[in-house]
Design a protein around this ligand. Structure first.
Ligand code: GLV
Length: 334
């Protein structure tokens, strides 16, 4: 039997990243994605020193109860609302995430969604594939969308991903407004060519509004019926942050009644289920939580998670110094 630490990887991962892990630890990797109950997760985590988990795995006090072995959970994502950090700190388990390596890819994808929703790319493709083009007399004023260039882009939540989204707007000659609890330093505002405004102003003046807030209890339904009511009837709303920040039912009603123009969502309340009211609409682009999913970025995220895991176990090139810990104070108690 190996005396290396044992780690569990809860989903298939890049072979070279697994090889890197296997040089230092005994790795058990699942060959398929699956949803596990808290009891199943507790059982899996009880027999390992560390784990790499995905965003669909929720870790709270119930999952950690009685576990005296586990030292680290490396989350495969920048968001970590699936982890109860207080419970992990209480149990002496380090949590890590994957910030920064995904900023530019998520910003690219937010733009892809905004462009697709504004210019009706998804609906037009569905119509074409259904064979409606041949045999129909398409009118000159069919398929009209709204422009991006020259319009006002709003960013709600101006962290590093929000800033990357804002910087891209210069190429489209857009005015950029943002709202964040704290205002950015003047040099960053200049770099992003973005002006801070109150949330109400952001809602009423944005032609295109992209949400990049972290999910916290306070941000639940930060875009609900009252906020949607403040938006322009032509506005496009994009969510690449987290499900639950938008009230999906209120959004579906606003889209159906054309109180806003279009939306594009990569994240949903209760995902992987998507509310049937959204599925029934043509003026919303829907994708399965893939904003960071470029080859380079997903590999970089996996490598960072592996590096965090190994470092917490005193191994690898950052031994003892996990690059992106969320509750580093637990390491003082080891
Ligand atoms: C994706 O949603 C992430 O948090 O990385």
């Amino acid at each position: 039997m190996s005396d290396k630490p044992k780690v569990w990887v809860s989903r298939p991962l890049f072979a070279d990243v697994l090889d890197y892990l296997a040089r230092h630890v005994e790795v058990e990797v699942e060959s398929e994605e699956s949803t596990r109950t808290a009891a199943q997760l507790r059982q899996r985590l009880a027999v390992v020193d560390g784990a790499i988990l995905g965003l669909s795995e929720r870790v709270g006090a119930d999952v950690l109860e009685g576990n005296n072995r586990l030292k680290v959970i490396a989350n495969l994502g920048v968001g970590f609302n699936n982890l109860d950090i207080d419970a992990m700190t209480g149990a002496g388990v380090l949590a890590t995430n994957t910030p920064d390596v995904l900023n530019e890819s998520v910003a690219d994808y937010a733009w892809a969604l905004m462009l697709a929703a504004a210019r009706r790319v998804g609906a037009a493709e569905r119509w074409l594939r259904a064979g409606h083009w041949a045999g129909s007399a398409m009118r000159f004023d069919d398929w009209l969308g709204v422009d991006i260039h020259g319009k006002t882009l709003g960013v709600l939540g101006m962290g590093r991903i929000g800033q990357a989204i804002a910087r891209r707007a210069a190429g489209f000659d857009m005015r950029v407004l943002y709202h964040n609890r704290s205002r950015l330093a003047a040099d960053i505002e200049r770099d992003c060519r973005a002006n801070w405004v109150e949330k109400d102003t952001l809602l009423s003046e944005s032609d295109h509004l992209i949400l990049v807030l972290p999910f916290t209890p306070a941000n639940r339904h930060a875009m609900g019926a009252p906020e949607l009511a403040r938006m322009k009837p032509s506005a496009v709303l994009v969510n690449v942050a987290r499900g639950g920040i938008v009230d999906d039912v209120a959004l579906a009603a606003a889209l159906r009644e054309k109180r806003i123009g279009a939306a594009a969502l990569d994240v949903f309340e209760g995902e992987p289920s998507v509310h049937p009211d959204l599925l029934a609409l043509d003026n919303v682009v829907l994708s399965p939580h893939i904003a960071s999913a470029s080859e380079d970025t997903r590999r970089a995220m996996a490598l960072l998670a592996a590096e965090n895991l190994l470092a917490a176990l005193g191994l690898g090139q950052s031994a003892g110094h996990p690059p992106t810990p969320l509750n580093p104070e637990v390491m003082d108690r080891w």
